[in-house]
Write a protein that binds this ligand. Structure first.
Ligand code: KG4
Ligand code: ZN
Length: 348
C-alpha cells in the first residue's frame, strides 16, 4: 500500500495545529499558539482559547497546504483531535474537520490526543517496535502506557492521581513569580542550579504507596513542599535561590517519572521506552531517562523537542497508523469528548 496522505488537525488546548504527512514523512506543520493571550491569567482560559482557534484554523490550514504543496483533493483522510481536552476548543477543530471531510468527500478520523503524543515519534524515527512502554507527560496528563499496537491496543498502567507533571511545572513557576508556561522557564533556570540543594519529596514512591500505586504519580505534594520551602525562606528574611529550587524540583519530577517507567518496562519485558508530551521536551527528564534506560538495557525513543508540545503532526501521525491498520473512519455525527480515555484511539 502506498503511504497515505493525511491532514491532521489539533485544537484541544491553546495550540491550533494543522499538519500534512505522507506516511512517516512530515510535509508541513503549522502551529498558531494563543499562549500570549493566557499569560496574564497564569493558565489557559478556555473561552479565550476557543476564540483563538476559530480565528487561526483556516489560515493555518492554508499555510500547511501551501507549504506541503499538495492538493486537498489528494488527501486519503482527515484526522482530528476528538479528545481529551477543553470542550470548546475541541469543537472548533472537530467542526472544521467535518466541514472539510464533507466538502472533499474524504474519511474522517476523530482521534485521541494522547495517542498523538506517542505516535508523533514515528515521524522522526519510523515504526515503533512493540510492545513498548510509553511515558506520556503533558500539561493535562501524566500516564504510563503499555503500547501493544499503536492503532488498536494501548493499556494505561497508571496515571497521576492529582496534578499532571506539566501542571506542577506551571504551578511552581507561578509561585516563584516566573512566566507561563513554566516548564521551559524552569528547565532553563535549573541549568544554573544545584539539583541536590533541596531534597523535595518523591510522590507515591514509599513502600506502602507502591502496593496500590506502583505506576501512578502524584505531584501536588511536591508542589506544596516547594511552596512551603519558599514561604519559609521569605519568612526568615532570606533570598530565594531560584535556580536551586528549580533544579531540585526538576530533579524530583524526573527521578519519579524515570524510576517508575524503568520499573514498568522491566516488569512487562519490553525492549523500548517511548517518551511523549510537552514535558518530554525537558532536558533533565530526557537525560535521566536515557541514562537509566541505557544502564538497564532499554532503547529510548523520543521525538525532537519541537514535536513534543501540541501540534497537528501528532494527530496526522495517528491518522496514518489507523489508515494503515485498515480501521473504519468515524461517523460524521461524532462529538468531542473532553475526558476521552487513552485506550480509545478512534471516537465512534
Ligand atoms: O503536551 P502539551 O503541549 O499540552 C498538553 O497536552 O497539556 O504540554 C504543555 C506542558 C506545559 O505544562 C509546559 O509547562 C510543559 O508542557 N513543558 C515543559 C517543557 N516544555 C513544555 N515542561 C518541562 N520542561 C520543558 N522544557
Ligand atoms: Zn498535549
Amino acid at each position: 500500500m502506498r503511504d497515505p496522505l493525511i491532514l491532521g488537525i489539533e485544537s484541544s488546548c491553546d495550540e491550533t495545529g494543522v499538519a500534512i504527512v505522507r506516511g512517516n514523512e512530515l510535509l508541513a506543520s503549522e502551529v498558531a499558539s494563543s499562549v500570549d493571550l493566557h499569560v496574564r491569567f497564569g493558565g489557559v482560559v478556555p473561552e479565550v482559547a476557543s476564540r483563538a482557534h476559530l480565528q487561526a484554523i483556516v489560515p493555518a490550514l492554508e499555510r500547511a497546504v501551501a507549504t506541503a504543496d499538495v492538493q486537498l483533493e489528494d488527501l486519503d483522510a482527515i484526522a482530528v483531535t476528538a479528545g481529551p481536552g477543553l470542550m470548546g476548543a475541541l469543537v472548533v477543530g472537530v467542526a472544521a474537520a467535518k466541514a472539510l471531510a464533507l466538502r472533499l468527500d474524504k474519511p474522517l478520523y476523530g482521534v485521541n490526543h494522547l495517542v498523538g503524543h506517542v505516535a508523533v515519534d514515528l515521524l522522526d524515527h519510523g515504526p515503533l517496535p512493540t510492545p513498548a512502554v510509553a511515558l506520556l507527560v503533558s500539561g493535562g496528563h501524566t500516564s504510563l502506557l503499555h503500547v501493544r499496537d499503536i492503532a488498536t491496543d494501548i493499556v494505561e498502567l497508571g496515571s497521576t492521581i492529582d496534578d499532571a507533571a506539566g501542571e506542577a511545572y506551571d504551578k511552581v513557576a507561578r509561585l516563584l513569580g516566573l512566566s507561563y508556561p513554566g516548564g521551559p522557564v524552569i528547565d532553563r533556570l535549573a541549568a544554573d542550579g544545584d539539583p541536590t540543594a533541596i531534597r523535595f519529596p518523591r510522590g507515591l514512591t514509599a513502600r506502602h504507596d507502591l502496593e496500590c500505586h506502583r505506576y501512578d504519580f502524584s505531584f501536588s505534594g511536591l508542589k506544596t513542599a516547594v511552596a512551603r520551602w519558599v514561604e519559609q525562606r521569605r519568612l526568615d528574611g532570606l533570598d530565594v535561590p531560584v535556580a536551586d529550587v528549580c533544579a531540585s524540583f526538576q530533579e524530583a519530577v524526573a527521578d519519579v517519572l524515570t524510576a517508575k517507567t524503568i520499573d514498568a518496562a522491566r516488569e512487562l519485558g519490553v525492549e523500548t521506552i517511548l517518551l511523549g508530551g510537552g514535558v518530554a521536551a525537558n532536558s533533565r527528564l530526557r537525560g535521566l531517562l536515557e541514562q537509566r534506560a541505557q544502564a538497564a538495557g532499554f532503547a529510548v525513543r523520543r521525538p525532537r523537542p519541537g514535536l513534543c508540545t501540541d501540534n497537528g503532526a501528532m494527530i496526522a501521525a495517528v491518522g496514518v497508523e489507523v489508515v494503515r491498520a485498515g480501521l473504519e473512519p468515524s461517523p460524521l455525527d461524532i462529538s468531542a469528548q473532553s475526558g476521552l480515555p487513552v485506550s480509545t484511539v478512534i471516537v465512534r
